[in-house]
Design a protein around this ligand. Structure first.
Ligand SMILES: *[C@@H]1O[C@H](CO)[C@@H](O)[C@H](O)[C@H]1NC(C)=O
Ligand SMILES: *[C@@H]1O[C@H](CO)[C@@H](O)[C@H](O)[C@H]1NC(C)=O
Ligand SMILES: *[C@@H]1O[C@H](CO)[C@@H](O)[C@H](O)[C@H]1NC(C)=O
Ligand SMILES: *[C@@H]1O[C@H](CO)[C@@H](O)[C@H](O)[C@H]1NC(C)=O
Length: 490
C-alpha cells in the first residue's frame, strides 16, 4: 500500500475534476488501482476510505458497500471485460445507494444526491462525509483477546480493526491513517506469532507510540478545521496560543495561529506522505523562537529531540493559570467598522483570552461570532454607535459574563482535586435552589452531574468543539454548567 497508489484511488473517489474529464477517467483510475493493488489491498483501502467517509455507519453497512465496490472492480476491471460493464455496474450501484432500504451507510445528504442523475449523482455521493466523532468508540482489546480473535479469523480481525480505527480517526490525513493501521496490523501479526507476545506488544507499542499519537492529534486538528473553516480555525489557535502563553504579543500569537491554520488547509486533505512533518518543521521553530521566553513548560517541549515529539508536547500543554491584563477588555465597537475591522475583533478575542486563560475556547469562539455579527449588522447604519451599544447589551455582555463564569468554574476544576471540586459544586448548587424546594437532593444531583460532564470534557485546551458548544447557534448560548442557567430553570 504505497501512498502514490493510494492517491490514485482517492482521486477517483473524490475528484470533482472528473466531471469535466468524463466517466472513462473514473473507470481508468479505479481499474488501475485495482490491478496494481490486487484484490486484498484494494479491499483494505476501500474499507479505510469508506469508514472515514461514513464514520457513523455500522460495520455491516461499510462491509456491504465495500463488497459491492470490490465486486464491481472484479467484474469490470479484468482484461476481457465488456467496455460498458463499468458504467452499467457503477450506475446500478448508485441506484442501489438511493433506495431507502439500501444496506449501505446512511447520510442526510444522500436524498439530495439522488435527485441528480448520472455522473453528477456519483460525484455527489462521493463527496459526502459524516462529521467527526468527538468521542472515540474503539476500545483496544487485551493482548490475549487480540491474538485469540486474530488466530480464529485473521482477515475478519483486520477488517474490523480497519473499520473501527478509521471511523474514530476519520479526519486524520489518509497517508497518516494508513501508516498507523499498517503499523498496528503488522505488530499484531508479529506479536501473535511470537512466544512472548506481551513483551512483543510492549516493544511495538513503544516504537509506534509517537506515530499513533500523531494520528490522533492530526485527526482532532483536521476535524476542527473541517468544522470551523479557515478563519475560525485561526481564531481557535489564537485563543489556544494566548491561553497557553498569555505573555505572547498579539502579533506573535496571531502569526502563529495564522500559520497553523495555513498548514491545516494544506495538509488535511493532502495525499503527500510527509506533508505535516515537512510543514511543521518551520512552524515549530517559530513557536519555539517566539513563545518560549514566557513559558517555561514550552521551553521544555522545545528541547524534545524531534519535531513530532515537540509538537505533541506543545499541543498537550495546559492553559496558563495567570492572566495578564488587569482589567476587563471592552467589547468591539464602531471602531471595528474600519478597514482593519477583522483585526480589531481578533485583538479583542486576544484580550479576552489573556484575561480568562481558563475559559473554554468554545465560549470565546462564540464571542468572536457575535462580534462579527455585530460589525456586519451595525457598520453602514446611520448610527452604528447605538447599534453596537444595543448588541453589547443583548449579546456581547452576556457572553462576557458567561466567559467569566466559565473561567471561574474551570479554574475551580483545575485547582482542586476532583473530590473537592464535587464537594464545592454540590454546596454551591444547594445555595442556588429556593429554600424549601421539595426534591432538592434530586435537583442538586442532576445539576452536579450535568456540570461535571461538561467540565470534565471541556475544561482544557483542545476540548471537543461541538460538544463544548462552538456550534451554539443562539446569540446567548444556554450551556448549563453555569449558575444562571440553573436559576432560569427553577
Ligand atoms: C449517528 O448515529 C446515531 C445513532 O445511530 C444517530 O443518533 C446520529 O444522528 C447519527 N449522526 C449522524 C451525523 O448521522
Ligand atoms: C449496459 O447497458 C446498456 C443499456 O442499458 C445495455 O444495452 C448493455 O447491454 C449493457 N451492457 C452490459 C455489459 O451489461
Ligand atoms: C509511519 O510509521 C512509522 C512507525 O511508527 C513512523 O516512523 C513514520 O514516521 C510514519 N510515517 C508517517 C508518514 O506518518
Ligand atoms: C476570512 O479572513 C479574511 C482575511 O482576514 C477576510 O478577508 C475574509 O473576509 C474572511 N472570511 C470570512 C468568511 O469571514
Amino acid at each position: 500500500m504505497k501512498a502514490g497508489i493510494v492517491s490514485l484511488l482517492l482521486l477517483l473517489l473524490t475528484c470533482t475534476h472528473g466531471l469535466q474529464r468524463g466517466k472513462d477517467y473514473f473507470k481508468e483510475k479505479v481499474c488501475n488501482e485495482y490491478n496494481i493493488l490486487g484484490e486484498t489491498d484494494f479491499r483494505s483501502i476501500s474499507l479505510v476510505i469508506n469508514s472515514r467517509k461514513y464514520s457513523n455507519a455500522t460495520f455491516e453497512q461499510i462491509i456491504s458497500l465495500v463488497n459491492d465496490m470490490v465486486d464491481l472492480a472484479k467484474k469490470c476491471c479484468t482484461a476481457g471485460a465488456d467496455p460498458d460493464c463499468y458504467e452499467n455496474e457503477s450506475t446500478a450501484l448508485s441506484e442501489k445507494s438511493c433506495r431507502p432500504d439500501a444496506p449501505f451507510p446512511r447520510h442526510p445528504g444522500i436524498a439530495g444526491c439522488c435527485t441528480e442523475q448520472g455522473l453528477a449523482r456519483k460525484l455527489c455521493l462521493a463527496a459526502l462525509k459524516h462529521p467527526s466523532k468527538e468521542f472515540p468508540t474503539y476500545l483496544e482489546p487485551s493482548n490475549e483477546e487480540i491474538c485469540d480473535a486474530f488466530k480464529k479469523d485473521p482477515r475478519g480481525f483486520e477488517e474490523r480493526f480497519l473499520v473501527e480505527y478509521s471511523s474514530d480517526h476519520s479526519y486524520a490525513p489518509l497517508p497518516i491513517l494508513l501508516n498507523s493501521t499498517r503499523n498496528y496490523l503488522s505488530a499484531v501479526r508479529t506479536c501473535c506469532a511470537s512466544t512472548q507476545n506481551n513483551i512483543c506488544f510492549l516493544k511495538e507499542r513503544l516504537q509506534h507510540k509517537p506515530a499513533q499519537a500523531f494520528t490522533h492529534l492530526s485527526n482532532k486538528a483536521c476535524a476542527l478545521y473541517a468544522l470551523l473553516g479557515k478563519n475560525k480555525t485561526t481564531v481557535s489557535y489564537l485563543i489556544k496560543f494566548t491561553q497557553q502563553t498569555p505573555s505572547l504579543s498579539f502579533e506573535n500569537a496571531r502569526n502563529l495561529a495564522g500559520e497553523t491554520s495555513e498548514i491545516l488547509s494544506k495538509c488535511c486533505d493532502s495525499l503527500e506522505e510527509n506533508c505535516f512533518q515537512n510543514e511543521l518543521k518551520l512552524h515549530i521553530a517559530h513557536i519555539c523562537n517566539t513563545a518560549c521566553g514566557g513559558n517555561e513548560r514550552l521551553r521544555t517541549c522545545c528541547s524534545s529531540k524531534d519535531d513530532v515529539g515537540k509538537y505533541l508536547c506543545i499541543y498537550s500543554l495546559p492553559w496558563d493559570k495567570h492572566s495578564q491584563v488587569p482589567q476587563v477588555p471592552s467589547s468591539v465597537d464602531e471602531g471595528a467598522c474600519g478597514e482593519d475591522g477583522e483585526l480589531d475583533i481578533y485583538r479583542n478575542i486576544y484580550d479576552v483570552a489573556r484575561l480568562y486563560t481558563r475559559a473554554p475556547e468554545a465560549l470565546l469562539i462564540t464571542l468572536y461570532s457575535a462580534s462579527q455579527t455585530a460589525t456586519s449588522d451595525c457598520c453602514g447604519l446611520p448610527d452604528p454607535k447605538a447599534c453596537f451599544a444595543e448588541k453589547d447589551l443583548k449579546t456581547i455582555a452576556p457572553l462576557h459574563a458567561l466567559i467569566e463564569k466559565g473561567n471561574e468554574i474551570c479554574g475551580e476544576y483545575s485547582d482542586h482535586t476532583y473530590v473537592e471540586f464535587l464537594k464545592r459544586l454540590r454546596a454551591n448548587a444547594l445555595t442556588l435552589l429556593p429554600p424549601g424546594t421539595v426534591d432538592a437532593e434530586d435537583q442538586v444531583s442532576a445539576l452536579v452531574e450535568q456540570r461535571t460532564s461538561y467540565v470534565t470534557k471541556c475544561c482544557h485546551l483542545n476540548a471537543p468543539p461541538t460538544y463544548c458548544g462552538i456550534q451554539v447557534k443562539d446569540p446567548v448560548p444556554t450551556i448549563c454548567f453555569l449558575a444562571d442557567c440553573i436559576e432560569n430553570k427553577s
